[in-house]
Design a protein around this ligand. Structure first.
Ligand code: ADP
Ligand code: MG
Length: 707
């Protein structure tokens, strides 16, 4: 061990580990080398100066750390529900702990009268501090005093139940780490960033950063180390994304749409029904520039519901046509595709541009005719559902493919579009109404460029949003009656969550029956739509509402995507506390599409969790989808956000997409400027960066062989 880098030492030979613990570290955490320990950064730190006294905790929902004795533990059960209750005391007062899970194990290991550091979220129950499932760390007397004397801030590592039980608890882990750190010298930690960057950013050296992240001298130094590590993570992630994007752009050629011609200009001048918003114009310019480069475009167009994406799509398709190319617009449902077809045909009715429609329900001769005119090039624009992607659908010259509501499309489906054109793949424009916070988009859609319509057309009235508990039901019914009397239509939406699907449908049925009492036939018509219905029934019910025969539509969230009934002015959402923020926002977007003032009424339980209240308050406060997405990101973390599931969110060890957006932005700018100056990363000072991206280079080569 004298000569090598101690980081390469097998974990077993580290002081304080040995074969048994090494085996545990391997099986539980996947650690093999000392390096794995060093780069497993603490989940958090305990700052001895920052213990709160129990009597001083006042803020509901805050995360606190207290130190004291666990003086009592008892099992409470009523019927099937069991919980474990603990009483915890410090010199200022007492608090209650409660556990609903792992009760058996806890009973075995909790030590009555043991001194613990407890960490968790404060809630109050009958004015008493209560923490559910606190993180507990048992401190022996000796450890307590030793820790108090030497280290003021010490690391807490993520661990497992098994590790703790087998004697590899936080204390032991810290001791192992302390001994390992003593052996480390600056030369053992190579510098991954270019030196000039470290200097310019006034970062600690890589070595000092590692030291401070494990055993910080003080809070300030800890923060500084964290900041560098976060930057580093984002930096390398962005470097990989942007570098491979750059390479792909060199490799994958595309059609060059050089000219803007008579179709675009003619439509723009004579048939555009309104002035474009500034955002629409900007986005069109971005797209136009892309289409002229001779590189395949892969662009995400984000715009809140109602921001006017369709007209942008149409204008892009006209650009394609001006350059002799066909285009297609694919929507995830038949209803949406039909709406697009009707809307776009109407806009183009006095122009020579030809538009066709294709879905699973177009069969026989009609289908053959569409396919024939598509193959001959007679048909300029094809609008439809996934049916467009099928193999028998052959274009004469497909230059642009647009998909609406991207999160319903998988990568495989996009790949099928690629194959519909030779020699180059068509340009791809992916439209989504799911606003994704910028920081997230930057990391998620490395393979897509992004355009954002961040402005609504003028004259839209903000939807008024309130939330009401059941006691206001009567009031809500009266309000609905008034709106219907004014000729408006109303959505009433029920949640549908798979686990409780049956129960949810009963709810919907029950709600429907109650509504029938207040809104009896024949004066009133109520249509019902849910996912379990046959497609034909569903269409029929939808149609009644779209045509205005039914004044009320009771539905599950199937109406979430894209349906456009401008006369609908009220959205009532039942059990709204059960919906996520972005879903609430999508649902609300079904109203406010016409000229009249629109309303969103969120029906709620009496008792709301804090998260639920935050969601509902956010809905009440703002109509801005991006603002809402930011809050959603805070509450749920990036993995749960709508529209991100299929893309795979990168895992960051220490950086946090919700909180560290500014660092991410900065890291991206630094990467962009490096690639601008040294695209191939050939400068000697960029050697470590070159090594970091070499793996991706190989991937990219594989890719180019395929396409
Ligand atoms: P989304 O982005 O949700 O797909 P749409 O394209 O359906 O939005 O547009 C919503 C409504 O706004 C449509 O009725 C459309 O005609 C209208 N619209 C779009 N752009 C403008 C504009 N610049 N000025 C006025 N109305 C517009
Ligand atoms: Mg749309």
């Amino acid at each position: 061990m004298q000569f090598g880098n101690p980081l390469d030492a097998d974990i077993e030979y580290l002081k304080g580990v040995g074969p048994v613990r090494a085996e545990l570290l391997k099986s539980e955490l996947g650690f093999y080398k000392a390096r794995d320990l060093v780069y497993d950064f603490p989940a958090r730190h305990v700052d001895r100066s920052s213990f709160t006294k129990i009597s001083q905790v006042t803020e509901e929902g805050s995360y606190i750390q207290i130190i004291g004795q666990l003086i009592h533990v008892e099992l409470l059960s009523s019927g099937k529900a069991r919980r474990l209750r603990g009483v915890f005391k410090d010199e200022s007062g007492s608090a209650e702990f409660v556990w609903f899970k792992n009760i058996r194990t806890l009973q075995q290991f909790l030590q009555i009268n043991g001194t613990y550091i407890a960490y968790g979220r404060a809630t109050f129950f009958n004015h008493k501090l209560n923490i559910a499932h606190p993180e507990l760390e048992l401190l022996s007397e000796e450890a307590l005093s030793a820790a108090e004397q030497s280290v003021r801030i010490f690391p807490v590592y993520r661990s497992t139940e098994k590790l703790n039980q087998r004697g590899l608890d936080g204390k032991v882990r810290r001791r192992i780490m302390a001994q390992l750190m003593e052996k480390l010298q600056p030369i053992h930690i190579p510098e991954p960033l270019p030196e000039y960057l470290v200097e310019r950013m006034k970062f600690y050296s890589a070595y000092e950063t590692i030291r401070q992240i494990h055993f910080p001298d003080n809070q300030e130094k800890l923060l500084k180390a964290e900041k560098r590590l976060k930057f580093e993570e984002f930096f390398f992630h962005q470097l990989r994304i942007l570098h491979s994007q750059q390479i792909r752009k060199q490799i994958i050629k595309g059609y060059s749409f050089k000219s803007i011609g008579e179709h675009f200009n003619g439509f723009y001048k004579d048939y555009l029904p309104f002035d474009l918003t500034g955002a629409q114009k900007r986005v069109l310019k971005e797209i136009r520039k892309d289409l002229g480069l001779g590189i395949q475009m892969n662009r995400l167009l984000q715009g809140d519901v109602g921001s006017g994406k369709t007209i942008v799509a149409l204008l892009c398709m006209l650009m394609a046509l001006d350059n002799g190319f066909q285009s297609c617009l694919v929507a995830p449902t038949e209803i949406l595709a039909t709406q697009h077809y009707i809307g776009i045909s109407e806009l183009l009715k006095d122009t020579p541009v030809t538009v066709g429609f294709l879905s699973g329900s177009i069969k026989g001769k009609a289908r053959a005719a569409i396919l024939a005119s598509l193959a001959s090039g007679e048909l300029h624009i094809l609008i439809g559902t996934h049916a467009v992607l099928e193999d028998p659908v052959v274009f004469h010259k497909l230059g642009l493919a647009i998909t609406d509501e991207q999160h319903r499309f998988g990568v495989a489906q996009r790949a099928r579009l690629w194959k519909k054109s030779q020699p180059y793949p068509p340009h791809i424009l992916v439209m989504t109404a799911t606003p994704i916070p910028r920081t997230l988009a930057m990391t998620l859609y490395g393979d897509l460029d992004i355009s954002v319509i961040d402005e609504l057309p003028p004259g839209r009235q903000a939807i008024q949003t309130t939330y009401k508990s059941e006691i206001y039901r009567g009031e809500v019914i009266e309000f609905m009656k008034k709106q219907i009397a004014e000729g408006r239509q109303i959505y009433v939406v029920y949640p549908l969550i798979e686990e409780s699907e049956k129960l949810d449908l009963e709810n919907l049925q029950h709600g429907f029956e109650k509504l029938q009492v207040h809104f009896p036939a024949p004066d009133f018509q109520i249509s019902v739509v849910h996912g379990r219905m046959k497609a034909a029934d569903k269409d029929w019910e939808m149609k009644r509402f779209v045509e205005g025969t039914a004044q009320i539509m009771v539905a599950t969230t199937v109406i979430e995507v894209g349906v456009n009934v401008p006369n609908a002015s009220v959205m009532v959402i039942e059990n709204s506390e059960r919906f996520g923020l972005s879903q609430l926002h999508q649902l609300r977007g079904r109203v406010g599409r016409g000229a009249s003032q629109s309303y969103c009424i969120l029906m709620t339980n009496f008792k709301l969790t804090e998260d639920a209240r935050l969601r509902l308050d956010t809905m009440r406060r703002t109509n801005n989808g991006f603002e809402i997405a930011e809050v959603d990101l805070e509450i749920r973390g990036p993995g749960a956000l709508e529209g991100t599931q299929q893309s795979g969110i990168p895992e960051f060890k220490i950086a946090n997409l919700a909180r560290d957006g500014r660092i991410l932005q900065y890291a991206r700018e630094v990467v962009l400027s490096i690639l601008d100056k040294d695209p191939e990363l050939n400068l000697p000072e960029h050697r470590p960066l070159k090594i970091a991206v070499t793996k991706d280079l190989k991937e990219a080569e594989k890719w180019s062989n395929i396409s």
